[in-house]
Write a protein that binds this ligand. Structure first.
Ligand code: PEP
Ligand code: MG
Length: 403
C-alpha cells in the first residue's frame, strides 16, 4: 500500500463545535472524523496536543515517506500486522497530536489497509471470528449537562436510555424507535436536544415512571422487549462531597446516593446505570454493586467517566470490583491499540463492553464497524437524527450483507 497524502481539516460537529477530520489518500480516500463530548471525564486523554490548529498543521506536514517505510517492513496483510503498523505510527506521532486526531488518523490507516485486503473495516477486524451484533442502547431523553431546561428545569440524570432486545439488530432498532416515539407522546414533549433526545422539565422519577409505562406497553401490546437504563453522569453534579440534585433540590452524601440509586434500580427494574458515582470513587461503585446483589436485582453498573477507555483505569475498576460493564469511546484515549486492549481486558474479566458515540457527533460511522470488529456487547448512540442513525444504518447494512 502506498500512502499519497494525509489531509487533516476542521469540520463542525452536530453542536456546531469544531472537530477534526482526517483523510488518508492511497488509490482511494479513507475518511474519519472524531466526535466531541460535552460531559468529558477528567481522566480522558487530551483531544489535541496543543490545539486543533496545531494538530491539523502537524498532520498536513506529515512526511508520508516515513509512513510508507512502515509498510515496507510489514505489508499489513493480517489484522495483527495492521496493529503493528499502528504501533509504529504511534511512535512516529508520539506527543505531536492528541486523542481526537490520533483516533481519526489510525482509523483512516486501518480502513486503507482493510481495502488493500479487499475487506471492509469490520471484516478486517473480525478476521476468523464469527460476527456478533451488539444491542443498541438508545438515548431517548436528555437531562443534566445534556438537558437544555424546560421552564428552567430538567431531570438531573444526563440520559435516559432504551435497550431493546430483538431477534435481529434491525428489529432492535425498530423497537427503540417505537419506545422513543411512545415516550415523546407520554411526555408531551415537543423539543429535542442536539442528540435527538427529548427534552423535559420532569424529575428523574417522573421520567422513569413514563419509561416503565412505555416498557409495559411494548411488552403487552407489541409483544416486544425493551430494557431501561440511565447515564447518571454523577460527576457533573458532585461537589464538596455531595451529589447536588436540583430537580428537586436535595444534597445526597455518598451513602445516600448509593441507597437512592439502588432504590431506583429496584423500583423501575433498571437494567443499566452508567456513572452512578463520582469519577474518582472506585469503592463507591463497588459498594453500589454489592447493594444491588444484596437486594437480588440484576443491573449493569457501567463505567464511563470512571474508566475513560483507559486500560489502567479499567484494571483498577476490576481490582476494586467496581463495574460489570464499560463504555468504550475511542476518542477518550485516541489509540486504537488501547481501545483493543480495553476490550480484551474487559472480555477476559466478564465485563460487558458498550462502544459509544459522543454528544457532539459527525456523520462518521466508524464506531459501527468497530462494534462488530471488536465484538462489543452494546452500541450506545441516539435514536433520532442523522448523525445518530448513520451508525445504526451502517450496522443494519452489515447485517443484511451477512444474511
Ligand atoms: C456520555 O457521557 O456517555 C456521553 C455520550 O456524553 P459526552 O459525549 O458529552 O461525554
Ligand atoms: Mg456517560
Amino acid at each position: 500500500m502506498i500512502i499519497k497524502k494525509v489531509i487533516a481539516k476542521a469540520i463542525r460537529d452536530s453542536r456546531g463545535e469544531k472537530t477534526i477530520k482526517v483523510t488518508v489518500k492511497t488509490s482511494r480516500k479513507f475518511k474519519t472524523s472524531s466526535p466531541f463530548g460535552k460531559s468529558t471525564g477528567k481522566y480522558e486523554a487530551k483531544p489535541y496536543s496543543k490545539n486543533l490548529t496545531s494538530d491539523i498543521s502537524y498532520i498536513n506536514k506529515l512526511d508520508v515517506d516515513n509512513l510508507n517505510k512502515l509498510f515496507q517492513k510489514n505489508d499489513g496483510k493480517t489484522i495483527a500486522q495492521a496493529f503493528l503498523i499502528l504501533q509504529d505510527t504511534e511512535k512516529l506521532v508520539k506527543n505531536k497530536i492528541g486523542a481526537n486526531s490520533l483516533f481519526a488518523l489510525e482509523a483512516g490507516l486501518l480502513k486503507a489497509l482493510a481495502y488493500e485486503n479487499k475487506k471492509e473495516l469490520w471484516e478486517f477486524l473480525t478476521s476468523k471470528n464469527k460476527p456478533a451484533f451488539p444491542r443498541p442502547v438508545g438515548n431517548a431523553i436528555g437531562g443534566g449537562l445534556h438537558g437544555e431546561g424546560i421552564q428552567k428545569k430538567e431531570p438531573d440524570f444526563q440520559e435516559f436510555l432504551f435497550i431493546s432486545n430483538g431477534r435481529t439488530f434491525s428489529e432492535c432498532v425498530e423497537i427503540n424507535e417505537l419506545a422513543y416515539n411512545l415516550t415523546g407522546k407520554l411526555l408531551g414533549a415537543w423539543t429535542k436536544n442536539d442528540e435527538g433526545a427529548w427534552l423535559t422539565g420532569k424529575t428523574n422519577e417522573e421520567v422513569l415512571m413514563i419509561l416503565d409505562n412505555v416498557r409495559q406497553i411494548i411488552k403487552n401490546e407489541y409483544k416486544k422487549e425493551v430494557d431501561i437504563g440511565v447515564d447518571i453522569a454523577s460527576s457533573s453534579f458532585y461537589k464538596d462531597n455531595k451529589y447536588n440534585y436540583k430537580n428537586p433540590a436535595v444534597d445526597l452524601n455518598k451513602k445516600h446516593q448509593i441507597l437512592y440509586i439502588n432504590e431506583l434500580i429496584r423500583r423501575y427494574k433498571l437494567f443499566y446505570v452508567e456513572d452512578p458515582l463520582d469519577e474518582n470513587d472506585f469503592t463507591g461503585f463497588k459498594e453500589l454493586s454489592k447493594e444491588i446483589k444484596k437486594t437480588g436485582n440484576k443491573c449493569h453498573v457501567v463505567g464511563d467517566d470512571l474508566t475513560t477507555t483507559n486500560p489502567e483505569r479499567l484494571k483498577k475498576a476490576i481490582k476494586n470490583k467496581s463495574i460489570d460493564a464499560i463504555i468504550v469511546k475511542p476518542n477518550q484515549i485516541g489509540s486504537l491499540l488501547k481501545v483493543k486492549e480495553v476490550i480484551e481486558i474487559a472480555r477476559k474479566n466478564r465485563i460487558k463492553t458498550i462502544i459509544s458515540h459522543r454528544s457532539g457527533e459527525t456523520k462518521d460511522s466508524t464506531i459501527a464497524d468497530l462494534a462488530i470488529g471488536f465484538r462489543c456487547d452494546f452500541i450506545k448512540t441516539g435514536i433520532h437524527g442523522k448523525v445518530r442513525t448513520r451508525k445504526l444504518r451502517r450496522l443494519i447494512e452489515i447485517e443484511k450483507k451477512l444474511r
